[in-house]
Design a protein around this ligand. Sequence first.
Ligand SMILES: N[C@@H](CCC(=O)N[C@@H](CS)C(=O)NCC(=O)O)C(=O)O
Length: 228
Amino acid sequence: MLSLYYSLGPNPMKAILLLEELGVEYITVPVDVMKGEQHEPTFLALNPNAKLPVLVDGDMIVFDSNAILLYLADKFDRFAPKNDSKDRGVYLSWLMFIATGVGPFSGQSVHFKYYAPQGNDYSKKRYEFEARRHYSILNTHLNGKTWMLGEEYSVLDMALWGWARNLEFIIGAESRADFVEVFRVVDAIDARPAGQRAAAIKDRYTFKFEMDDEAKRSVFRHLEPAKD
Ligand SMILES: N[C@@H](CCC(=O)N[C@@H](CS)C(=O)NCC(=O)O)C(=O)O
């Protein structure tokens, strides 16, 4: 049986969407990052990076959302071009673009926009600029295509969905007009039965949302000297 350790952040949501699209049975294990549960030794044994998601498949442990997408797509031989297909290079390139660009720049943009103390205009501008630049590249790529790979719905669209469904929060309300193609994909996935089941996972467990001192100590570890 597959087990997914999750929170409701963009990265776990990608994995939940793929599991729902695959229609396989899996157990969900909530890890409340606002309460610091990601730093528990039992969780660190699964992911020393103290972040969600983590997939456990028997004695196989896979952490990092894009590794999980690759692993599951390969295991079930679905939602990814085969190794010898010409689309494999396109698939790997865009998956890494989302993993190493879209995710980190979106995350930092959110941090400087909402959580960092005032007076970080340089950082705020840089990360928002880079986040926008990445979504613009995706928007241009999607123009004239149904999905990231053209006609084939794949793990790439799921990886994009995880972040882009939060674009109005990440960048602002204007993002819907600025990134029409990206939102077209988000809306199409939201309308799929698996997209709806994935979104409904928020009702399965009540996570803490308050950004109080405990939460800040748990997710912004630079604010006080690390104890580990
Ligand atoms: N590169 C990792 C990043 C994972 C990540 O940042 N996960 C967030 C949720 S979206 C998290 O667990 N944050 C808790 C923390 O930073 O303490 C991935 O793609 O899985």
